[in-house]
Design a protein around this ligand. Sequence first.
Ligand SMILES: Nc1ncnc2c1ncn2[C@@H]1O[C@H](COP(=O)(O)OP(=O)(O)OP(=O)(O)O)[C@@H](O)[C@H]1O
Length: 633
Amino acid sequence: MTPTTEARETREFKTELKQLLHLITHSLYSNREIFLRELISNASDAINKIKFDSLSHEELLENNKDWKIKLIPNSDAKTLTISDNGLGMSRETVIQELGTIARSGTKAFLESLKQKQADGQPELIGQFGVGFYSAFMVADKVTVVTRPAGTSKEGVRWESDGQGEFTVESIEKDARGTDVILHLKDDATEFLDRHTLRSLVRKFSDFVEHSIVMDETTKAEDGTETTSEESLNSRKAIWLRNRNEVTADEYNAFYRQISDDTQDPARVIHVAAEGSQEFKALMFIPARKPYSYRWEEPKPGLKLYIQRVLIMDPCEAVLPPYLRFVRGVVDSSDLPLNVSREILQSNPILDGLQKNLTRNVLQGLEALRNLEYDKYVTFYNDLGGMLKEGIARDWNNKEKLADLLLFQSVKTPAGSYLTFKQYVEAMPENQSEIYYLVGDSREVLERSPYLESFKARGFDVLLLTDPVIDEYFLPNLPEYKGKKLKPVDRGDVHADGDQTVTDEEKSRFAAMLQRFQTLLPEVKEVRLTKRMTESAACLVADPSAMPAHLERLMQQMGQGDGTLSKRILELNPNHPAVLALVERWERATDDPRIEIYARLLYDQAVIAEGSKPKDPAGLAQRINELLARDARN
Ligand SMILES: Nc1ncnc2c1ncn2[C@@H]1O[C@H](COP(=O)(O)OP(=O)(O)OP(=O)(O)O)[C@@H](O)[C@H]1O
């Protein structure tokens, strides 16, 4: 390597990168061994990239197809080099890629560290990884010598001590690819130890598909030394092997390698499809929401290989977006190797693949629910919302997805769940519909007046407590196996066989209700109901209006004009308070207290619905008036 004409220049890191480097070098020391995993992964990516590019430009190979990543520990110089014969980088690429933060997740991660005082949580970095820059956890200087694939020998040398600046200069480099040279810190010389390096590769990078090697020198009895390359990883394309030959430990280790997750997966789905579609797939369902989701929404899709060549990572077309919690690999034998990226956006073979893989994932979830229910519940609590999203988006699998949902209900003890199937099986003979109520929490819903008549008749009601997603998916699921889904807070929904209001009651209350209507312009109608057994009043939605929760949600999101649609105020003619009121009305229709009582009934119905009364001070005043009067008696 000799310097060429282009001068050495010094540049500053971008501000956010300086912050990250400061954090790496000053506070985040636990788990620092992950630097090796990150650098090997970059080297492996670079090899995959040139393998792919060379499919259309064979000259890029320069007759060098012996793909490998080499570790070179040098005890005299106290350096560890990670060398690859991948795509390499040009001067512009180096400045761009190693001077700014490339990964969007890293930026978000940095933000969250700043907010949370990273010093208290040094383990975070090990869980997340910060790519190339993790080198500065073990090195006080990093030199990158790289040369892009092609015929020119012109390469570039990048160097930095991670303090704020880096230098770049042009050099000549014979072999294509990248050498990352770590000048190890005094307290990091353990990474020169061959045994340590061997075991770290086995721990973190065993399934990397390219050979990771290290020179091994042996001395014969006559003193002659021979050097050979020792292979450090098993390189097993685990998805190509037979299911019964792979151990649970191997699956778990592979999952950790390809995901950002630090826990073992809840379920492994290993498929070898033959016949009209030929592919091998290895997919994983996480045990719970992986840590990294706090900084980055997972990208949908799987790694797409075609005959063992990595073509796209992730390939979104192979799984629908709502299954974005699935991590894995699919290796197709049906697609041509020289497939273009445009074709990979939409192609009938990929559509077929997506259908098949989706079916397998849903079967995997079903098996998890049937065989390891507790694990399923843990998964569901964290990620079940994505299945509900699927109901709204995946028409073909709606029924299967509906069967995977879990619900709390009036009859389930807190923390226990019910499926649609179980709900339907337990329905009394005289119940023909599935009832539900959406709200913010189980506690609020349980006390709701809407439930009273359903409870009284022994009908169960599903309690849905994730309004954002529940109000989104429910309109897309009007029925389950022929049974209609009905929200109990809608005006036209009653427990089958509810008592009806008698003509006598209607005529007795008619004039008072009319007066209420003029006193309460915010309601659409005031009427009697038998839907309640204990409460005096409730508000119900007009069948054509938006549910109360959805309306509140839209208001919070700044949509709508700020006015809520008018509800129907329903009164229970059997309730002592309502009866007392009608008696007062019959004695003196112009009693000024009638208005106060009407407002009180309305406000309590607003609160029961889960909304806030418009005029809390007025409400307090009305209650106090009553208190003052009653306390005197
Ligand atoms: N050995 C290498 N060969 C070629 N390019 C590299 C190499 N190492 C790093 N790079 C380039 O530097 C960029 C930044 O690397 P970094 O590890 O910080 O993030 P990343 O690899 O892009 O992220 P991710 O690990 O999520 O893919 C890479 O995207 C790549 O373009």
